[in-house]
Design a protein around this ligand. Structure first.
Ligand SMILES: [Zn+2]
Length: 167
């Protein structure tokens, strides 16, 4: 399913796998999107955020309020956070609330031909290898995160995600 770049956030699919509800999110988090579904989550939930294109400043505030209003009894994880989403995880304190981040997309560039792509950073794999992923480019060069610091910041933040956030 492809959405227009301006479509407000939607849950595009909801499936249950091994007792966990997997919700795919897509669109823009802005002042018009409906985040009410976060308040009704039950049990173990995985939010897949690869198609979250953009967040407005209004949207960021609404998202933060919505994750704080999630039922404390549910266990929520996020996978495949899009580069736009990952930026906010890095820059906005308490952005994920109690949500546990499992993976996110980092932007990687080829030093040889300057092509760019996004590579999935799996937090558990990173903890073992202590390395960000790389990939071979079609030109034979290596696609790597040119500036890894933002991604290290996300990894650090995610490591502290289970601590209660003030306010
Ligand atoms: Zn290349």
């Amino acid at each position: 399913m492809s959405l227009s770049p301006r479509t407000a956030l939607q849950v595009t699919s909801s499936i249950t796998v091994d007792g966990r509800t997997q919700l795919a999110l897509a669109g823009v988090i802005d002042e018009t999107c409906d985040l009410g579904f976060l308040r009704t989550l039950v049990g173990q939930v995985v939010l897949q955020a690869r198609e979250v294109r953009r967040l407005t400043s209004f949207g960021v505030r609404r998202w933060r309020d919505a994750v704080r209003a999630m039922p404390p009894t549910c266990l929520v994880e996020m996978t495949e956070a899009s580069p736009a989403f990952a930026d906010h995880i890095r820059l906005v304190a308490g952005f994920l609330g109690p949500i546990r981040l499992r993976s996110f997309f980092a932007v990687a560039t080829c030093e040889r031909c300057e092509a760019s792509t996004s590579l999935l950073v799996d937090l558990e794999r990173y903890r073992e290898s202590k390395r960000l992923p790389t990939k071979a480019c079609t030109c034979g060069g290596a696609l790597e995160c040119a500036d890894p610091q933002p991604y290290f910041d996300i990894l650090l933040r995610a490591a502290g995600a289970n601590r209660p956030t003030p306010g």
